[in-house]
Design a protein around this ligand. Structure first.
Ligand SMILES: [Zn+2]
Length: 141
């Protein structure tokens, strides 16, 4: 079974140390995710593609307790089998806040400011029987 990324150009894959792919503004150094050709901060139109830091801190979070609307949601949207998951913003130091799925869905185990690390997790199975994978942040043990 192959593992295919949910979208191209979002994270480095396959990789032992996967990282998100973002943009850095050449003019002001602002980081963006996902990749953007223009900078919303300084209106500059020159950006370079960079891999972002793999660790950050949990800025805020919630629990997604029902299936998001599909599409665009590409995971299991069947209310009978859907499992709640955490969603949060992770602040990558000196870079950008990234909205992402969290591997942890227990509110007791999520705390603002805790250290998080990027991981790649299974999302669904596509029509070829391949496993579709996406990025998520996991608490650092
Ligand atoms: Zn800029």
């Amino acid at each position: 079974m192959a593992q295919v990324p949910v979208a191209e150009g979002v994270f480095t894959w396959p990789s032992d140390a996967p990282a998100l792919i973002g943009s850095r503004c050449v003019a002001c150094g602002n980081h963006m995710f996902p990749v953007q050709s223009g900078c919303p901060k300084c209106s500059g139109d020159s950006t370079e593609t960079v891999t972002l830091g793999r660790r950050g801190t949990l800025w805020t979070w919630t629990i997604q307790g029902f299936p998001p609307k599909a599409p665009p949601y590409a995971g299991d949207a069947d209310p009978k089998t859907f499992r709640a998951f955490g969603v949060g913003y992770v602040e990558l130091p000196g870079e950008v806040k990234v909205e992402a799925r969290l591997t942890e869905s227990d509110p007791e185990k999520l705390k603002i400011g805790m250290e998080m690390e990027l991981v790649i997790v299974p999302l669904s199975t596509d029509e070829n029987g391949d496993e579709v994978v996406t990025f998520a942040f996991a608490p650092v043990a």
